[in-house]
Design a protein around this ligand. Structure first.
Ligand code: FE2
Length: 440
């Protein structure tokens, strides 16, 4: 199926939202400009790619991971592979897939923790893959993980090396479970958190000493997930090794937040920068993704006074926020995000955004009038480089040539021309999340 044949399909199967067919491994890649010698590792990105060409929802496409590996000042390989779970082998109907924790589309993110590469999707367990994208098996933390689901947005603490995450359930108690694995990957804590309702909880927030659960009102009801602002919204603050009894809940204005950028502690305050859709998403149900796109907002909880403030940080439509991984949970100066257009369905823009969270400013890197961006990722120049000294990697789609490239932007000359552009042998569909993972 070419992109020209997809006009009658839902938006998420049209154009560069639509799947590709081939799994490639290509070592000769054309570069415009330069690849910095400092880039030693791989940029991985997961996304939705139904092999049949059809899925009932953008989020239900089978996971396909794209990898561009760099070394010696050049791209070494581009490869893309499906995550070969039972869902890939025989795409089941959704209810069947929901009943089996291993039957995951594994389509939302890929991380590395304690040497394991995990492909993640929030309604199932994780799947382990190799560094070159061969599927290993469903991953249960050496038998210690008893939950059915793991978020696609775990957090790796740069101070302790811990992996902090949660799982939420749509079908019954426990609706929320918190987990903590130590730096070696051993699961050391599993804690049920009482939230009293089933909500779609896509991501969460971590600081140096706390986790913050976002109990927001995309509520699971008779028609599945639906935004119900009248059912209220709150943030639950818990010490990272705490229990359900230690959670303090703070009421906030109803909204949808799929992705926080970062958060930190300052005295008694917890400061959280989040991409917030103030009027919600999924208002008519899960198929309704027409909500006004997110903008960057700052929530501040003062745990001493019990107050919460909620301030717009930047007027640009933005989501897929990223921070320098070395600053996760710490006070960071810079953040990055993909621009969005207010188009009645998720529609990425051509601009990559860089926020200066200290100066309250933002700037953009415009990929060009025919281009569309995706989620950016930050790669530091060296492991010990100061925050902000490095490269921003982002896939760019050329909607005239129907082709993709991986663009390397100098984070210190962000609006200037890119350092290098790696031409890719096939387009990379608009997908979900990825990470720059340096060689170990
Ligand atoms: Fe996400």
């Amino acid at each position: 199926m070419t992109t020209a044949d997809t006009q009658e399909l839902p938006w998420y199967l049209q154009g560069n939202y639509g799947p590709i067919q081939d799994e490639l491994e290509v070592r000769e890649l054309e570069v415009e400009g330069e690849v910095p010698e400092a880039l030693e590792g791989s940029y991985y990105r997961n996304g939705f790619n139904p092999p049949s060409g059809w899925s009932d929802h953008w989020f239900f496409g089978t996971g396909m991971i794209h990898q561009v590996e760099f070394g010696g000042g050049q791209p070494l390989v581009y490869r893309n592979r499906y995550v070969r779970t039972p869902y890939f082998e025989k795409a089941p109907d959704l209810m069947t897939a929901m009943m089996d924790p291993a039957n995951s589309p594994a389509n939302t993110n890929i991380i590395r923790h304690a040497g394991k590469y995990l492909a993640l999707e929030e309604a199932h367990r994780a799947w382990e893959v190799t560094s070159d994208l061969e599927t290993v098996s469903c991953y249960d933390f050496a038998g210690r993980f008893e939950g059915k689901t793991m978020t696609a947005h775990p957090k790796i603490c740069p101070v302790t090396g811990e992996l902090l995450f949660f799982g939420y359930q749509m079908t019954g108690e426990p609706y929320l479970t918190y987990y903590r694995a130590d730096a070696s990957g051993a699961l050391v804590q599993s804690e049920n958190i009482d939230i009293g309702r089933a909500v779609m909880m896509h991501d969460f927030i971590v600081t140096e000493h706390y986790v913050v659960f976002m109990d927001l009102p995309i509520v699971i009801g008779a028609i599945g997930p639906q935004y119900k602002p009248e059912e209220g919204a709150r943030l639950g603050v818990m010490p990272r090794s705490g229990t359900n009894a230690d959670v303090t809940w703070y009421e906030i204005a109803p909204c949808t937040v799929f992705h926080p950028l970062n958060a930190y502690e300052e005295g008694s305050r917890i400061v959280m920068d989040v991409c917030k859709q103030k009027d919600g998403q999924m208002r008519e149900g899960m198929n309704d993704l027409s909500g006004e796109p997110a903008k960057l907002w700052r929530w501040t909880i003062d745990t001493a006074t019990g107050t919460v403030t909620d301030d717009l940080f930047d007027e640009r439509y933005a989501d897929f926020p990223k921070v320098d991984d070395r600053m996760a949970g710490l006070k960071s100066r810079y953040g990055y995000a993909a621009s969005f257009l207010n188009a009645g369905a998720p529609k990425l823009g051509s601009e990559v955004i860089k926020y200066d969270l200290e100066k309250n400013t933002s700037e953009v890197h415009d990929l060009g009038s025919n281009a569309t961006c995706q989620e950016p990722s930050f790669a530091p120049k060296r492991p010990d480089s100061p925050e902000g000294e490095g490269y921003v990697l982002v896939y760019s789609y050329d909607n005239v040539e129907d082709s993709s490239s991986l663009v390397i932007i100098d984070s210190e000359n962000f609006s200037g021309p890119p350092i290098g552009t790696v031409k890719l042998p096939q387009r990379v569909p608009f997908g979900a999340h990825g990470n720059w993972i340096p060689n170990e």
